[in-house]
Design a protein around this ligand. Sequence first.
Ligand code: MG
Ligand code: MG
Length: 250
Amino acid sequence: MSIHRKSKFEVNLMKQAGNIVALVHCAMKDAVKEGVTTKELDELAYKIIKNNKADPTFLGYNGFPATICTSVNEQVVHGIPSNDVVLKNGDIISIDIGATYKGFVGDSAWTYPVGEISDEKKMLLKATEESLFAGLEYMKTNERLESVAGAIEDVAKKYNLGIVRQYGGHGVGRQMHEDPFVFNYRTNNKLILQHGMTIAIEPMLNLGCDDVIVLEDEWTVVTQDKKPSAHFEHTVHVTDEGAEILTKLL
Ligand code: MG
Ligand code: MG
């Protein structure tokens, strides 16, 4: 495993990339409505990223065909935007966004409600967001990465939610996926966090069981029991004082 700790200069470029990702999320929050297609969301995201002199990180990544990942209801991650997916009142949609600016990547996902959603779904969104921020509490010099994973796991357990096991967070920088991999549950990881590490933390929690499967399109990950799933992610910089969120507006 090789972890590249970023210089101040590099972190500043990552902040710019993160700012662009945050701009897209702001637009998504407003655009997510009953009747909108996920393809329309994708086109809007592409425009904003390009208008800000950045590139959509996901487009073409291992052959992924779109700018953003749009995962509706029981879809967990890697949903492909489509003209055929029209948002309905009561849906939830996880939107994952990556932008590369001057060679550096920002990566952030958020789950949005469409109109009025069920109390169960509201709880799922609240709990998954809470688990992200519980994990971020430990993104500090000399803390263990295991504490981040444990904090996420504890929130999931508190709400009796399933934890997606096959996917997780990751180092991020010049590459979207760098070391270390970050599980969203305890694995007895020995890694000690250090100033300058930049890592995406991204819990994916399910209303039902942990298990997920990949659909025939070879991208879309869905829960095996078809119950809804949520995904919240920020790219953060580890500092002596704590987590500095990079995927936010400057
Ligand atoms: Mg992401
Ligand atoms: Mg990520």
